[in-house]
Design a protein around this ligand. Sequence first.
Ligand SMILES: O=c1ccn([C@@H]2O[C@H](COP(=O)(O)O)[C@@H](O)[C@H]2O)c(=O)[nH]1
Length: 277
Amino acid sequence: MTRSELIQQIKAKRSFLCIGLDTDIDQLPPHLLDSEDPVFEFNRQIIAATADLCVAYKPNVAFYESRGIAGWKSLQKTWEALPKDCLRIADAKRGDIGNTAKRYAQAFFDQETSGLGFDAITIAPYMGHDSVQPFLEFEGKWGIVLALTSNAGGLDFQTIPNGDGVQLFEQIIQKTNTWGSIGNLMYVVGATRGEAFATIRKHAPDHFLLVPGVGAQGGSLSDVCKYGMNADCGLLVNATRSIIYASKGKDFAEKARQEALALQQEMEGELLASGIL
Ligand SMILES: O=c1ccn([C@@H]2O[C@H](COP(=O)(O)O)[C@@H](O)[C@H]2O)c(=O)[nH]1
């Protein structure tokens, strides 16, 4: 999906919601456990109930690879079930020396060889340019580089300043945005970081930001929009547990839709207020 197609989807669906599919076999509604593939069945029903309300889905690969071959099969079937009008993000946080990174990129992007054809992948940039470039060299795909994460430990290293007072997350953006463009590179910035979005926007005014941390982690959507929204929206705000585990009963998909709808309506308000709609 190109940048302009993504913007079109945001306008058409009046939403910049990304739904996380961190489907934990131990958290599933009990009635699904008799299905042939309970994780896939759960995802299938969540996708069917929410596809008109979001512009992206983000399976976190840990919840699949931790189940071995069965988990990879659930991930592959889930990828097939994801609507093509949504950005399909593998939250895998990969990064390694060049030849290894190339294989990681193939694993998540090259449907012909791996069975997975995600549109985007999250990348840990610690190992530098040769660990990031193989993802950005894949035609038509996106790399999403961790910049300022939502978790408490994100502050252990990411805000350490260099001698000129420039924090590590700012240096990461300054450096990596010379490796890609606004058409193939995004940044992860946690919704818990509020005003720091203003600093992010100084370095990356036009890039899309993938923003986890709304919902279960307590981040504020209105602060994210106040400090982080740009003229094209420029935000994909993710919520996972607050949506997919809204109910553990037979009504789980319906309750997930209600949670997604509440976020979509808040997003529509923000898009209208900022003149994007
Ligand atoms: O800074 C980060 C980067 C990634 N994540 C991931 O996003 C989701 C958040 O799930 P919630 O249930 O909405 O908290 C999850 O997959 C994380 O691994 C993040 O939270 N923060």
